[in-house]
Write a protein that binds this ligand. Structure first.
Ligand SMILES: Cc1cc2nc3c(=O)[nH]c(=O)nc-3n(C[C@H](O)[C@H](O)[C@H](O)COP(=O)(O)OP(=O)(O)OC[C@H]3O[C@@H](n4cnc5c(N)ncnc54)[C@H](O)[C@@H]3O)c2cc1C
Length: 406
């Protein structure tokens, strides 16, 4: 089989990529190993994620499904009370304005996105990608897949998009640069769902029942509360993996106890903890892949980097990257940069720098631009960002420092 673009993974990154490519007149093939609907964690959207869905024309569908509307998040600290972070968007005049976004049950949302990609013209193949196909010069020329009946098939593509999420298909196959542990690799997330928790009653943006709540015990030990329908709330505990191991509890026992011990406000909202979903865990979720674009391939979303669930950046990154690569893919198929060692080097660098800013925002607990503005004054002109030293260096230096990224 031959296709201009093959996409591994029919999650949000893969489905959004397909829809943005279709807008460029490119009909892609999506390869998905799992039969949807399937459970997936990651239910809270940032405002900018909602904005990308609006660009795709999906707002009416999101509204008709009555997904909880998120106007912002309340953060509950231990000592300093709570504070409110509204969802904002930049208007055409460049000024910030209030915006809203959604919280979604991922099984339903991912299925809807995938169905929409197929309805708009993408081809879906139910199969597991097993092996990238390489040319003699190392360029990717497609992928081998194993079908449900056990047979294999070669899918030849001019470009392979890896949207395989935390499976990091091309990184594991050694096609990309190295995969490094991320800043939060010693953390673990344990999560489930409850029904009937006490929500805010609404009336204002701040008291809307669909908002996200975050409860802190300390910096690396916190809980999330994400309403995903009228009744059901996704709850999760994020903490050092060592702490979880020390408790010697099952995942269900651990999360049940933590929901009552981590923060008094969280306990108040769940008078009696009854989990309605299996308790699941994801350890060491933080990583970064270098050299995630190259001849014949591009990685999108979790397939090349995941930082941390706080602030709900994951879905946004996946769909935003899908939006940004589509015109580059079109240009590549039309012949641009075909002979360059990395046809997508500029995009890759811009993408890494943007993600570095998000990572700094998370690590420092404050907008990174604020930190970068004040740090030289506080620490002297030779100061370099504490967590990602290359961030403040010019692009060329970054490429020299990480040659495999170029
Ligand atoms: C604990 C935790 C909490 C999170 N909470 C949030 C949140 O509240 N908000 C948020 O925005 N993000 C959150 N995230 C992140 C979010 O879930 C991901 O960033 C998002 O799902 C990435 O989308 P994706 O399309 O890149 O990958 P995925 O959604 O993982 O999709 C990848 C798809 O590829 C398929 N696939 C994999 N390998 C193959 C193969 N070999 N062949 C064929 N198909 C394959 C998989 O079956 C899957 O369907 C959280 C993450 C974690 C770990």
């Amino acid at each position: 089989m031959k296709t201009p673009v093959a996409i591994i993974g029919g999650g949000p990154g893969g489905s959004a990529s397909a829809m943005f490519l279709l807008r460029e007149g490119i009909k892609p093939v999506i390869i998905e190993k799992t039969s949807f609907p399937r459970y997936h964690i990651g239910e809270s959207m940032s405002g900018e994620c909602g904005a990308v869905l609006r660009v795709l024309g999906l707002e009416p569908d999101m509204l008709s499904r009555k997904h909880p509307i998120k106007h912002g998040l309340h953060v509950f600290g231990q000592a300093k009370g709570s504070w409110w972070v509204p969802v904002m968007a930049r208007g055409d005049d460049g000024n910030l304005q209030f915006q809203s976004t959604w919280q979604v049950p991922r099984a339903e949302f991912d299925q809807a996105l995938q169905d929409e990609a197929v309805a708009r013209g993408a081809t879906l193949i139910q199969a597991r990608a097993t092996r990238p196909l390489l040319r003699d010069d190392g360029a990717v020329r497609g992928v081998e897949v194993r079908m449900a009946d056990g047979g294999t098939q070669e899918i030849e593509s001019e470009l392979l998009l890896d949207c395989s999420g935390q499976s990091t298909f091309l990184a594991n196959a050694g096609v990309t640069g190295p995969k490094y542990l991320g800043s939060y690799d010693k953390q673990i997330a344990i999560f489930s769902q409850i029904k009937g928790g006490i929500r805010d009653v609404g009336g204002t943006r701040e008291t809307a029942p669909g908002n996200t709540l975050i409860f802190y015990k300390k910096k690396y030990h916190w809980a999330w509360w994400i309403p995903i329908d009228d009744e059901t709330t996704s709850v999760g505990i994020v903490c050092p993996a060592a702490y979880f191991v020390e408790q010697k509890e099952s995942k269900a026992a651990f999360i049940t106890r933590e929901l009552h011990e981590l923060h008094p406000e969280l306990k108040r909202r769940i008078p009696e903890v009854k989990l309605v979903e299996e308790a699941r865990a994801i350890p060491n979720y933080s990583y970064q892949v270098r050299g995630f674009c190259g001849k014949g391939f591009l990685c999108i979303g979790d397939a090349h980097r995941f930082i941390d669930p706080i602030f709900s950046f994951g879905l946004f990154i996946a769909v935003k990257e899908a939006q940004r690569v589509a015109p580059l893919v079109k240009a590549y198929l039309d012949g641009a940069n075909r002979d360059a060692p990395n046809p997508f080097a500029d995009y890759q660098l811009a993408c890494e720098q943007g993600l570095d800013v998000l990572e700094d925002t998370i690590v420092l607990g404050a907008p990174a631009r604020v930190w970068h503005a004040v740090a030289p004054a506080l620490l002297g002109p030779d100061h370099r960002c504490v967590c990602r030293p290359h961030l403040r260096e010019p692009a060329l230096a970054d490429r020299d420092r990480f040659p495999q990224a170029a």
